[in-house]
Design a protein around this ligand. Structure first.
Ligand code: F6P
Length: 480
């Protein structure tokens, strides 16, 4: 058995170093979860299971270098999909991040319905289809990931009628009222594209229900307990809340880097209570609401001034999209305003970094922060919330989490807030900072138990098991 994982990006990132192209392994949750899952299968069933990851290598590779890159990557279980800058511009920045991303995150006014973006989206999905067909062998299973490749399942189904094909959406699926804002032909084709899969997974039951509602209203397909009989095969739609690599966050990393980071942070925070905020820069993450909430907290709780610090890490993302640039300016201004207004010679209310943070340093921040403040306006899941809880080895710490994040469905013991309610953010900060340790521990114990039980290994295992089961069952459920 071989698993072909298909996603827009490979878990390897191409970077130019001294005129040479090298590939760095990304430490993403999906890759570590899948490899742990495959290792666990190997050890329990002695089956030889491999995987190949198919995706864009993170950089435009000139034609003459492509054979060499292909061979380097094949040693790393990866098969690159080469895309020109123009294609990435219209497909990734355009259709994916100026149409689907804002619409599916309930920002319909940020969308740019440009038909060239749509044509490019169709073309790139076909390029991915060809890349899969180039490597597929009999007996392989295909698992397609995320909103960049929603046409791919049916493009593959046309060529591979009996191959198990799974699809997982990592972002929210919106309500029908939002989904129907897509031009009808596009919305139609995307639903049909997804229905090429045997199993379609979402983070929450709500997203799965919204998808089923759209397929009913737009395509007229009824479902029975999440099972749709599409033209020629059965499709199961279900929720698989993605987990994290629990042990990786719960244990002490080897190597001196982590200890060094921890010491540095201890010195920096010397006695202040720390509130942590970590996100990719994105308007859906509610970073400015968070800053406004923190400002209100300082205004209404002057006793906390010079006692608390907001440690805010913002990771650059999609810098080619205008709304991301605007967001960056807005955050810079707000941080400046709050630090200028409340700061003193001895105290800076917000320590702000706009850069990528390696895992060791992130883990040190999770361990050193008394509170994690996570306030997305809309988020498919939010794994940072789960990572923070998992990393609290002594079970102290308070998570404040937006009810608009998929993770809120599993982390009900956190302080759950509405991110549009600044008073609620300020109030939750006050409650979190004053919460007795016994209560913190009680809440975290329950959440840790849940996160440990349903980690990313279990998540991938459940998805693949279900995919194989649906494929097997369909011979009994298909109409003759
Ligand atoms: O949440 C969806 C997602 O595609 C993640 O898988 C990814 O980490 C993030 O958005 C950022 O993706 P990118 O930098 O490729 O746009």
């Amino acid at each position: 058995m071989r698993l072909l994982i298909v996603s827009n990006r490979l878990p390897l990132n191409g970077v130019q170093q001294n005129g040479k192209l090298i590939f760095e392994q990304s430490a993403g949750g999906l890759v570590s979860g899948l490899s742990a899952y495959l290792d666990s299968l190997k050890s329990t069933s002695a089956q030889d299971i491999e995987y190949i990851w198919i995706g864009w290598p993170g950089i435009t590779v000139p034609d003459k270098m492509q054979p060499e890159v292909k061979s380097v990557l094949s040693d790393l279980c990866a098969s690159p999909v080469f895309l020109s800058e123009e294609a990435m511009d219209k497909f990734y920045l355009g259709f994916c991040n100026k149409i689907i991303w804002p619409l599916f995150h309930y920002f319909p006014t940020y969308t740019v319905y440009d038909k060239d973006y749509w044509f490019q989206y169709q073309d790139v999905n076909k390029i991915f289809r060809d890349a899969v067909l180039e490597v597929i062998k009999p007996g392989d299973i295909i698992w397609v990931h995320d909103y960049h490749l929603m046409l791919l399942p049916s493009l593959l189904r046309e060529k591979l009628p009996h191959t198990p094909i799974g699809f997982f959406l990592h972002i929210p699926f919106p309500s029908y009222e939002l989904y129907r804002l897509l031009p009808a032909a596009w919305g139609n084709e995307i639903l049909r594209g997804l229905l090429g899969a045997n199993l379609i997974g979402f983070h929450t039951q709500e997203y799965a229900q919204y998808f089923l509602r759209s397929t009913l209203r737009i395509l007229g397909y009824e479902h029975k307990l999440g099972q749709i009989l599409s033209q020629d095969h059965a499709v199961k739609v279900d929720a698989f809340p993605m987990g994290i690599d629990y042990q990786r966050y719960h244990s002490i990393p080897s190597g001196s880097e982590f200890g060094h980071n921890l010491k540095e942070l201890e010195q920096l925070l010397h006695g202040f209570k720390a509130i942590l905020s970590v996100d990719r820069l994105d308007y859906s993450k509610g970073i400015s609401n968070r800053l406004q909430g923190y400002k209100l907290f300082l205004e209404t709780n002057p006793q906390w001034c010079e006692q608390v610090v907001l440690l805010m890490i913002v990771v650059p993302s999609r810098v080619g999209v205008e709304h991301y640039q605007q967001m960056k300016r807005q955050i810079d201004e707000l941080v400046g305003e709050i630090n200028g207004r409340f700061g003193t010679l001895n105290w800076t209310p917000i320590i702000y970094q706009y850069k990528h943070s390696p895992l060791d340093s992130l883990l040190a921040m999770y361990r050193q922060s008394d509170v994690a403040l996570i306030t997305p306006l809309r988020d498919g899941m939010n794994l940072i919330a789960k990572e923070y809880v998992a990393s609290r080895t002594d079970q102290t710490g308070v998570l404040i989490l937006s009810e608009m994040a998929g993770a809120a469905k599993e982390l009900g013991e956190a302080l759950i807030i509405n991110p549009n309610n600044l008073e609620a953010i300020a109030g939750a900060l006050q409650q979190a900072l004053a919460m007795p340790e016994t209560e913190q521990k009680k809440r975290n114990q329950v959440m840790q138990h849940r996160l440990k039980g349903y980690d990313v290994v279990r998540w991938s295992g459940d998805f693949i098991q279900e995919l194989l089961q649906v494929q097997k069952d369909q011979f009994f459920t298909l109409p003759l």
